[in-house]
Write a protein that binds this ligand. Structure first.
Ligand code: R5P
Length: 310
């Protein structure tokens, strides 16, 4: 079965880099928009092929979700034998449960829609919750960017502490800490609204120690800003590094992260990175990881060390 990589418009540079790493060309695909905003994708020849459709659902999230659904349908109707949705950043993963009555379980709605549109398999990177797998009827491969980000962070100073900015990030922090041979501390955070959080306490010793704050994603920067302020209040070394897999950054994030003393700010290109943040922001590309995973999936080989540890 021939391998084809198709890209939507969400992150064409990433898809180009994946294809280049695999030594193949992207399959032609155009996405037109009617004047009222309606999306009209057209894919090239995918008949009988093993198709990998690259479309992270970063900002504008809803635009990119709808485009992904229509592209899946287009591939199916064009006779693709198997279609894998490669969604390095899976928007809506934060809505994995009802935290108060009256809410939707957004992650489940999107998972069902992907299956209905024709995805046979889903590939994501460091999803907000591993519960995503149980919400999807199709197989889900959860890759991790942590070894790559650790490689980009290394070497770190002796006595470094890896900091989870909330309890949800503890497993992620433990993965970093294991690879960096570092201790873990956790900030106690409460989310007040979609854009504001409160953090006052820290569990773990950070006094006079260098720290790396890690998270699955940075959006408004509120979580990272609050964690850094707690670290400073607890006398951590001022030289703080931050690493996050996904950076669907808003303008607010630029303001908030610009106002705190960061030595390094590392994100991946799972979401197309707009230059809204000045250095020390660095972008680590997921292309080698995704190219490796797509190659193995196409050859029906195990993904082993590429996967999130649960
Ligand atoms: C929340 O639980 C997530 O893991 C992130 O901490 C959060 O979504 C980051 O968002 P923001 O940058 O807006 O605080």
């Amino acid at each position: 079965m021939a391998l084809r990589i198709v890209s939507g418009t969400a992150n064409r540079p990433l898809a180009d880099a994946i294809a280049a790493a695999m030594g193949i060309a992207l399959t032609a695909c155009t996405v037109e928009r009617f004047p009222d905003g309606e999306v009209r994708p057209v894919v090239g020849n995918v008949r009988g092929a093993d198709v990998y459709l690259v479309q992270p659902t970063g900002p504008a999230v809803n635009e990119h979700v709808v485009e992904l659904l229509l592209l899946l349908d287009a591939c199916r109707r064009a006779g693709a034998a198997r279609v894998t949705a490669v969604v390095p950043y899976f928007g809506y993963a934060r809505q994995d449960r009802r935290s108060r009555s009256g809410e939707a379980v957004g992650a489940r709605v999107i998972a069902d829609a992907l299956a209905a549109a024709g995805a046979h398999r889903l590939v994501v990177v460091d999803p907000h919750t591993v519960a995503l797998e149980a919400m999807c009827a199709m197989p889900v491969e959860m890759l991790t960017s942590v070894p790559g980000l650790v490689g980009a962070l290394t070497p770190v100073a002796a006595e470094t502490v890896v900091v989870a900015p909330d309890f949800g990030a503890v497993k992620l922090a433990q993965h970093y800490a294991k690879l960096l041979d570092a201790a873990v501390a956790v900030v106690r955070k409460t989310r007040e609204t979609g854009t504001t959080v409160r953090a006052e306490e820290i569990v773990g010793d950070v006094r006079a120690r260098p720290t790396v704050v890690v998270d699955d994603m940075i959006s408004t920067g509120g979580t990272i800003e609050a964690a850094v302020r707690v670290l400073l209040a607890h006398h951590a070394e001022g030289d703080i590094a931050v690493a996050a897999t996904h950076g669907p950054l808003t303008a607010t994030a630029a303001e908030r992260l610009g106002a705190i003393p960061l030595r390094r700010l590392l994100v991946t290109d799972s979401v197309r990175q707009e230059p809204i943040l000045a250095p020390p922001r660095q972008v680590h590309s997921l292309a080698p990881l995704l190219a490796d995973a797509i190659g193995r999936l196409h050859r029906d080989e195990p993904l082993d060390e590429l996967l999130v540890r649960t």
